[in-house]
Design a protein around this ligand. Structure first.
Ligand SMILES: Cc1cc2nc3c(=O)[nH]c(=O)nc-3n(C[C@H](O)[C@H](O)[C@H](O)COP(=O)(O)O)c2cc1C
Length: 226
């Protein structure tokens, strides 16, 4: 097992969008979820619930999502009806521009690869859904994000790839019905997980980041500190 240092793990993780079919064993999944469970949470309420799906139930869920997509056609709109500031929409466009050369070899339309790939969890052998109790406030999503990040870093340190997938939440009702989830649970994120297919060029893609200095406001520092 690879145990990498935290800085290397943070900087070398990237979203994996093609997986080997090799299963991930249950003790390893449990160890990853234990790492998730050590995430901080407000008042230590640990508001997460993990639903881990593999095998036939996962395949039939993918079929159900595909059917729902054909019938309902909820469109993915990163601008949310032009309600969010253009700077954020532009970052999504930049991501697709950066992806273009990687996708041209495997797909005719880049967006279709991301959309259709997301709906089948990029063929991952395992999907972890993270759910929150419906009675909890939306501020608890911060706690979920921390647990999700722990999953991604813990998996990556073990040589296992992940991709957070929110597109599937367009059909949350299908996920809930298919997995027969108790009505008090609300699925808020899915994570595709498995050993990365190192032969697929899509997994060599590295997304960029904006200049961090444009996103920091320093207060009380001497300019000589720079
Ligand atoms: C909350 C969340 C939802 C995401 N949803 C999707 C998705 O539906 N499909 C997908 O391909 N990637 C999805 N991603 C992955 C992002 O596109 C990716 O994290 C971003 O482009 C940065 O790339 P990196 O993860 O390789 O650093 C999601 C990431 C997060 C954090």
């Amino acid at each position: 097992m690879l145990i990498a240092d935290v800085f290397t793990t943070i900087r070398s993780r990237s979203s994996i969008r093609s997986f080997e079919q090799r299963p991930v064993d249950r003790p390893t999944l449990l160890a990853i979820l234990e790492d998730a469970h050590w995430a901080p949470s407000a008042s230590n309420q640990q508001p997460w619930h993990f639903i881990v799906v593999t095998g036939k139930p996962l395949l039939s869920l993918c079929d159900a999502l595909q059917q729902a997509r054909i019938q309902k056609q909820h469109a993915y709109d990163p601008s949310r009806g032009n309600t969010i500031p253009p700077v954020f929409v532009e970052r999504t466009k930049k991501l697709f521009r950066e992806l273009r050369p990687f996708l041209s070899t495997i797909s005719d339309g880049q967006r279709s690869f991301i959309e259709s790939g997301s709906f089948r969890f990029y063929g991952a052998p395992v999907v972890i859904f993270i759910a929150l109790h419906r009675a909890l406030p939306s501020s608890k999503l911060l706690d979920i994000g921390m647990a999700a990040q722990n999953i991604m870093l813990s998996a990556h340190a073990r040589g296992i790839g992940t991709c957070a997938i929110a597109l599937t939440l367009l059909y949350k009702d299908v996920i809930h019905a298919h997995l027969e989830l108790p009505s008090e649970l609300d699925v808020v994120l899915s994570l595709a997980l498995g050993y990365p297919d190192t032969t697929n060029p899509i997994n060599t893609f590295r997304s960029s980041r904006e200049d961090i200095t444009t996103m920091i406001t320093w207060c009380g520092f001497d300019s000589a500190d720079l």
